[in-house]
Design a binder for this molecule. Structure first.
Ligand code: ASP
Ligand code: MG
Length: 251
């Protein structure tokens, strides 16, 4: 919220990943379920963790709690059903809840802090093929979807910014949830930037920017003030984990 307050009146799209180790926890749910183990306690722990944070950041925002809990119910219903015969499809449908939960919390918080904030389901915007766990973007179809959602045509309510949406997830033409590969949220931001013809993308990390070497491993690293796309791709290709080569491609 503090960051967004620096950009009043600007049309910002905020792409959010799952909280902390949620995606890893959901992966465990996927594996355990497949192994026939009970996963109820794991889901309960995730629900408690998310509710705790929601209550901390927006105490008394009851609607937000209802929306968040609806997604937990949806997941439990899914887990109670029989697995499909495509384990990767099941993986995507389960693991994607991390981003759905986190964006519910973030948008509830931002709507209190900034008075206005919209939430969009990235699955209505990012159309992919059915290569589950590594879905490929259908750029033309996604461009149409994004245009439709963000245009303020006749009879359409204008979009109220900032808009919060999920990284990492998309959907097939049939509306089946897909994921873009682990650590895919930055890639999502780049996809949206390309589709919306954004002026810029800012990726918020635990480091202040790109360094010429890994600052966690070398004492004398320099923060780079500029870098060409080509050099950034090279840096990421050779292991700079701060940015993934696929993120740079749409940019
Ligand atoms: N939550 C997803 C993951 O952990 C996407 C991301 O973090 O970028 O892989
Ligand atoms: Mg993550």
């Amino acid at each position: 919220a503090r960051v967004l307050k620096h950009f009043p009146g600007e049309d910002l799209l905020v792409v959010v990943s799952a909280m902390g180790k949620t995606t890893n926890a959901l992966e465990r749910v996927v594996w355990d379920r497949r192994a026939g183990k009970a996963v109820k306690d794991q889901v309960d722990a995730l629900r408690q963790g998310h509710l705790k944070i929601l209550h901390e950041v927006v105490p008394g925002f009851e609607e937000a709690e209802v929306w968040l809990l609806e997604y937990f119910d949806e997941l439990e219903e899914l887990l109670g059903g029989t697995p499909t015969n495509d384990p990767d499809q099941d993986y995507d449908r389960i693991v994607s809840y991390g981003e759905l939960w986190s964006t519910q919390i973030v948008s509830a918080y931002l709507s209190e802090e900034l008075e206005v904030c919209s939430w969009m389901d990235a699955r209505d915007l990012v159309r992919t093929d059915a290569m589950h766990r590594a879905a490929r973007v259908d750029w033309d179809a996604s461009a149409d979807l994004v245009k439709e959602c963000f245009s303020s045509g006749e009879g359409q309510e204008p979009v109220r910014f900032p808009v919060v949406t999920q990284g990492f997830i998309g959907a097939t033409e049939d509306g089946i949830t897909t994921t873009l590969g682990r650590e895919g949220s930055d890639f999502s931001a780049a996809i949206f930037a390309y589709l919306l013809d954004a002026e810029s993308v800012t990726i918020w990390k635990d480091v202040p920017g790109l360094f010429h070497a890994d600052p966690n491993r070398f004492p004398d690293t320099k923060l780079l003030s500029h870098i060409s796309y080509r050099e950034a791709i090279e840096l990421s290709y050779f292991g700079a984990s701060v940015i993934h080569p696929r993120t740079l491609q749409p940019l």
